[in-house]
Design a protein around this ligand. Structure first.
Ligand code: ZN
Length: 234
């Protein structure tokens, strides 16, 4: 069963809307769909599958979705904060070590200061906004809405790849970044998270895109597991 069929099936819940020629409804029953869903390991993908394709069930599982989102994002945020704190510490040490207690400043100390300063700048540039955790609900809502509303990419038609102009193989589609979905504009994303465009592009874009890529991967994995389970139970 193709993954998209599995998603459509989940949306319709009671199996395909079309009746077969002999008048009986084909495809799995709601019970079989629920049983197949139980095979999908718990976690973000499981929750996204329901939030996106079975909103009634998703409504009842808001708490599980909240926990799964936190379990994904919080460790990465904490890792960045630690990296930033370490870089700040090392920069402070490098500064203090320049001519420590009246000694002469050496070339090695100057090099170390430049290195530490650059590392601090890099860590600052890579770190998500300080209030990322406070905005997590808004961010997750906007990312899920983008995933639900995603249209197929115009350029590749959702195939994610294009024929390689230089050879006989294929290359990732540049327009959609190999996701197969038309990305929302920065302005629309900014609107969805209640920020203006410049705040989105300066501060929020990295965390938004990171969440979108990870949510997509988790949902696609869950959809594969669901569709495999349906084939087994049907
Ligand atoms: Zn594309």
């Amino acid at each position: 069963m193709r993954m998209n069929n599995a998603r459509e099936l989940l949306s319709s819940r009671t199996g395909p809307k079309t009746m077969s020629f002999d008048g009986s409804a084909g495809g799995p029953t709601t019970q079989e769909i629920v049983a197949a869903l139980a095979y999908v390991p718990h976690g973000l993908g499981h929750e996204l599958l329901q939030a996106m394709w079975w909103p009634e069930s998703g409504q009842r599982r808001r708490e599980q979705l909240r926990q799964a989102v936190i379990a994904l994002v919080a460790p990465e945020f904490t890792r960045q904060m630690h990296e930033l704190a370490d870089a700040r510490t090392h920069f402070g040490i490098a500064k203090a070590s320049m001519g420590w207690c009246g000694g002469t400043v050496t070339d090695a100390q100057r090099r170390e200061l430049r290195r530490a300063e650059k590392a601090l700048d890099d860590a600052r540039a890579a770190a998500w906004p300080n209030n990322t955790m406070e905005q997590l609900g808004v961010l997750a809502g906007a990312v899920i809405a983008e995933m639900v509303g995603a249209c197929e990419c115009d350029r590749c038609g959702g195939r994610k790849v294009l024929p390689d102009p230089a050879g006989s193989g294929v290359v990732n589609c540049g327009d959609c970044g190999g996701s197969g979905c038309e990305p929302l504009s920065g302005r629309k994303r900014a609107g969805a998270i209640g920020a203006d465009w410049s705040a989105y592009s300066r501060f929020w874009r990295p965390v938004y895109e990171w969440m979108l890529a990870n949510f997509r991967a988790a949902e696609a994995r869950a959809a594969r597991q669901f569709s495999k389970a349906l084939t087994m139970t049907a």
